[in-house]
Design a protein around this ligand. Sequence first.
Ligand code: PEP
Ligand code: MN
Length: 338
Amino acid sequence: MIVILNPDATEAQIQHIVNRASKLGLKSNISRGVERTVIGFIGPEDALRVIPLEVFPGVDQVMQVLAPYKLVSREFKKQDTVIKLKDRVNVGGKKLVVMAGPCSVEGYEPLLSVAKKVKALGATILRGGAFKPRTSPYDFQGLGEEGLKILQRVGRETGLCTISEVMDTRQVDLVARYVDVLQIGARNIQNFALLKEVGLIKKPVMLKRGMSTTVKEWLMSAEYLLSNGNFDVMLCERGIRTFETSTRNTLDVNAVAVAKKLTHLPVVVDPSHGTGHWQYVAAGARAGIAAGCDAIMVEVHDNPEEALSDGAQSLMPDKFQELMVSCRRVAQALDREI
Ligand code: PEP
Ligand code: MN
């Protein structure tokens, strides 16, 4: 259940509602939007039926949220969430955000080289994994904390914000110390212990859709983050498993449109993992933008042949430049900037 307040509801009126709900065993989450303030209740909702919330001072409307995800739903918050990074990057606004960089941080020099190039071409967030979820235990597992230090240093030197994956509850504080955005990868979408832990920190997070999760399950996982207090959540569509074998995954552009309709959270598209082949990455990025995403994440490497992970789907900087040119045209057609 959610309560929509009058635009002129006072703090005292809001607090009164929160206190009454708390006495009934419900936690309140307040979302202060530009147009309206909404209180969402978490807990045994039936308890609320005993009090006529409609007549409480400051209340405009009481609504039943039918979706199982409450705080991520558009019913809870009508306007798009905009996540501010370091007061210079806004994810979720009219301007599309570009995240780019290698799959893995491989060293200071190579990361700095790619970072400078992607920044010059319009990227504002530098990606690079330090803890890598690899199918084979014999494959490169990432540089760990050393990789995070390199990412932070290159971010500072170039003025780019940074994003890197956290795979384990024990790494949350460590990764959060070094990066601007924590990434929860496809394989951890239903690692509920990790979701709760990341929900408790004050750092933006990008939640990748699992390769076999429905949109509803994806949103329920996001609800774990919001219900634990972290509202700075962006969703990322990165392709799902289908019967198709010509691409690594099937980039589900439908899910972008669906997620934009159902939630207020920004949606990112990752056409690199979504296709798995560098030849198709730009097409995937353009499709994502056409479907209404707010950001794209692209793997870029100076020398994909030598990449320690995901070389086949990594773009050389010149191809990334072409991608940016074509994406800009799609964005303009949709009255967005990039
Ligand atoms: C990655 O971003 O490098 C990654 C491992 O992503 P995903 O979790 O989507 O496979
Ligand atoms: Mn990768």
